[in-house]
Design a protein around this ligand. Sequence first.
Ligand SMILES: [Zn+2]
Length: 1020
Amino acid sequence: MSLFLYRANLPRNMIENSMFEEEPDVVDLAKDSAAFPTFPALDPDEVAYEPRSSRLLVRGLGENDMDEDEEDCESSARLLGMSFMNRSSAHRSNSSPYTRQAPPRSCSRPSARTMVVCVLFLVIVASMTMVLYFLPGCTFTKTGCRKENKTTPIEPPFPWSQFRLPHSIRPLSYDLTLNPDLDNMNFTGSTVIKMVVLHNTKRIVLHSANLNISKATFKLDDGEASDVTVLEYKPRQQIALNFSEELKAGQYCVLTLDYSANLSHTYDGFYNSSYTDKDGNKRVLAATQFEPLSARKAFPCFDEPAFKATFLIKINRKPDYMTLSNMPKAKTTPLNNGLVQDEFEMTSVNMSTYLVAFIVGNFTPVSKNVSEILVSVYSVPEKKEHTDYALDAASKLLDFYNDFFEINFPLKKLDLIAIPDFLAGAMENWGLITFRETSLLVGKQSSPLEKQVVASVIAHELAHQWFGNLVTMSWWNDLWLNEGFATYMQYMSLQTVLPQLDIGNLFLAVRFRALDKDALNSSHAVSTAVNSPEQVEEMFDSVSYEKGASILLMLNASLSGDQQFRKGIIQYLKQFSGLNTDTNDLWNSLTQVSTQHQNVSEMMSSWTSQKGFPLVTVSRKGDQVTLTQEHFLLTSDNATHTSSLWNIPVTYVSDNCSLAPECRQLFTLKTKSGTFKVPESVKWLKLNYRNTGFYIVHYGDDGWAALRDALANDVSVLTHEDRASLIHNIFALSRLGRVSFRHVLNLLNYISNETETSPVTEALLQLNKIYQLLDKRQEYSLVARMKTYILHHFGSLMDKQTWEEQESVSKQELRSALLETACGLDDENCTQQAKALFKQYVDSNATSRIPGDLQQVVFNVAAQSAEDWPTLLNLYGHATYDAEKRKMLRGLASTQDARKIVWILKAGLKGNLIQTQELPLVISTVCKGFAGYLFAWDFIQENWDRLIEKFPVGSFAIQTIINSATSQFSTQAHLDQVQGFFSSLKERGSQMRSVQEALETIRLNKRWMEKNLRTLQKWL
Ligand SMILES: [Zn+2]
């Protein structure tokens, strides 16, 4: 999955629980079933005795048990979305008026005798009532009850008490038939699951959420299918079958479940979505988003990544819709109710449930054959002309990966589809990748920056077809194997396939942000225990994605031998193709191909098994250089220390040779400290060459001074990545309290000579953070001085920027960062230009062009004027091109008019004019401005329950919302408020890692401010 990232604004973040013991997973079926360890027998301690909360879904009903009335009743219940089972409890409550009958009136004026009579009467009534209550509902029906109902009048307890499913049963194949009804926004389905028994067991446990199961049959080996009782435990979204006889290892069985459900109104499961077409008509569609835990909302299944199986999918639809799924369509058959059935080929590979996908709606494709694979890009019909770029990029990238991994994409077709209403950036469903429109569609005139977004999301999702789909992590604790890899491959492949997109600056910025997050005590290890749905959601964060990618880059850069990294991953993909793995499997594969017997496992496990990263401190005496490492831990509590050590491939260059890759020296620091020698004539050292390592360096006063002098003389003595990394590192050290802010400003003195993108954007981002904090603390005189400082140091660069089309991506990135800052600080030159461009745009009826990289700054400036804001809103309402539309929305949300801010927040929640998928973007934009950040914080508190209805607790969207709303607080009063609010949430979110992160960030802000306000007053 690709998260939807806002440039230079990556939010996110803990809790480590020990994982419960797993059952043995591998079984030799050839052995006598009694010989291998059976699945642990049902230990009374292990069973969740929750007879009231486990709901009996399906009672054993024989085939002839229903009369016509009952059948009618069942089908209408299905239509109403009620489960058949509920009906039997409805029967029960029909008979229950007895229990609520008022006592006889004669008792109202009691004599002693009547009292006795009354009491006796009450006792009789009460006992009869109890008898009636505990008798099953069928007691008084024509057909009476089946035996088991009579013998087990109390619902059996749910037979499983853990979050993870037992491993005694393995699903082999699913046969799904779905009947989505887009008029009524519901669906019925039938799922046939073929399974094999791995260990003797008396139960089958699988997942199901919000499905009303109406019928369940079970068939063992060649036996007859018979109706079975399904138990449900809603809090864990599990259902179960209990058997009186043990199922024996090696037996095969088939479970068939019929069910109905509503299409989901959120962004996961089988959800409905709508959009307005160019003629103003509302069009509906239904699509799926299953990762991580939502396949169970569309069909009952073993919804964990290690339960791979094959899927045969059939979808019934009206003739004027079309359907898509993972596999090519095998056939279309007319049904007798006016519908047609599309049947897709059975998946040719075993896959995890979270990768299943299907879509019903109206979409049109453009297609192309790439190495015998039919690649198609689908969009709603009116956006067809925006699909060409994606088709071209996908085709090139597919060729690249086929070649790079030496394994061909295993399916016959690959569809990429832009869904009008989609929360994540994209989702890698095998053979049917779903995207947000912004992540897939670009106009012919779109700026290279917009193309960069599209190409990187495609590159990420295509990489998943191997990393994630072909080889899958066994459990969500190793999500990074999917996401870190796809993120790394996305940058790596684009550097080769589309070098004109200049992806390097973005990757560098992303690594800086990952360091910032991982420096917090609330961070977590790359591989970390995951034992609840919220913890699964929380894994989709910068540690899994960006830190994962960063450590892979570090590994690749430190391996000797050109192709060693590639050989290692080819070995890994081939060895585990179609299987599940954990982190050690990857390191072992890389160790096996190592030419110099480098122990990759030893080195890399120090990076994946502990949170955080090292601070490397350099000290030098003559020719002797000493490096020491410690945990770079930002903490407001000075007493917190960890003894963590990393195996660090430290790289360095010096004034003798500092630019070319050959200049780079390598020193492995495994212990607390280590020394190496350099010629005494060396004036300065720069560690972490081109910032390919995941650590921060402190050079000491002398070391920093030498580097500062070198840069002041000539900026080109270091690569631009090295300059950017010095800037990032010194700000981080100031936050850690190791260097004074004066040193930061001293280093920045060279910046007016800087011309490259990454050092400038990094410096602006860091200064902007401090500016925002000062602004929100209402330190007005310092805000004014900070503004002067920025305009003074970056003014000449700002003035040099043009407002015409600019081809180079890197120059676009530089220009948009500079001009957004300048206009944001009300620089007259900038705002005048922006206003003029907006006027021209409006006067031309939106036909004249604003260069893509300048649209944001132009819309932001327009939104500050009372006159232009409504014009922009109107443009937003009519815009169809999603990338442009989002920039308009950010503009609208950047207004400093309090009433408009409140309106836009509400509109985002309501979801009509502004899609709810955009709410995290709206909130994060509002929070940046002075006028809105407190409104946004109030809004979140007031609407918390509605927010977590739309976005799951722990999800990336919720992480974004919490981070944007709280990361600029720096006072005790706000700390108390934030703490008070989140602790009141209890199970509705108080345990989230992002809450810990928010509290920590406020404490750190507060500490930094208290320490540095005086310095700022003195030096700014
Ligand atoms: Zn992904």
